[in-house]
Ligand binder design. Structure first.
Ligand SMILES: Nc1ccn([C@@H]2O[C@H](COP(=O)(O)O)[C@@H](O)[C@H]2O)c(=O)n1
Ligand SMILES: C[C@@]1(CO)OP(=O)(O)OP(=O)(O)OC[C@H]1O
Length: 166
């Protein structure tokens, strides 16, 4: 018999670069630098995609949306999240809750968390109560502390909404 719940976790890091917007959870955060990547480098959304894909046993974001594919150049990463949610839905999974930590020395994320949660809840088809977004510094230690980039980790629980035999 298949279980009705599964958990997954994801982790991602992107480096800061010049002339880039800082996008987290699909929301533009005012800062003098942005993150560098093939897509918009939305590190929070990438970690969340990996958590959801991991929960469903579906490999990772780079497997489904390779950084060698020109169609994803500067892509809005919430597209990957929407596609992932659709993929899970077709397999009979709905998102239960997500818990995300952004690891950044700067900028302050707290003032933007309400907007990030609202945006993610809309894409995940859950209420904002099911979306937790937190932030921490690394107390000036390591690559995050040197303000070289931002890391994010995400954990999710998904629940089976209909049987799937694939
Ligand atoms: N980029 C960040 C980092 C932290 N916060 C908020 O500040 C609090 C204290 O952070 P510490 O790393 O010193 O524990 C943290 O709990 C967050 O609320 C933030 O908004 N943005
Ligand atoms: C999102 C993708 C695809 O554009 O590229 P990046 O923005 O570079 O992000 P990363 O987390 O390194 O890997 C996933 C990629 O396939």
């Amino acid at each position: 018999m298949k279980l009705n719940y599964r958990i997954g976790q994801g982790f991602d890091v992107h480096a800061f670069g010049e002339n880039r917007k800082l996008i987290l959870g699909g929301i533009e955060i005012p800062y003098d630098r942005g993150l560098v990547g093939h897509s918009d480098a939305d590190v929070l959304t990438h970690a969340l995609c990996d958590a959801l894909l991991g929960a469903a046993g579906l490999n990772d974001i780079g497997f489904h949306y390779p950084d060698t594919d020109p169609q994803y150049k500067n892509a809005d990463s919430t597209l990957f999240l929407s596609l992932t949610v659709g993929q899970l839905k077709r397999m009979g999974w709905a998102v239960g809750n997500v818990d995300i930590t952004v690891i950044a020395q700067e900028p302050k994320i707290a003032p933007h968390i309400a907007r990030i949660k609202s945006n993610l809840a809309r894409i995940l088809f859950v209420s904002e109560n099911e979306v937790s977004v937190k932030a921490t510094t690394t107390e000036w230690l390591g690559y995050v502390g040197r303000k070289e980039g931002i890391a994010a980790q995400a954990i999710t629980m998904i629940a089976r909404i209909h049987p799937y035999d694939g």
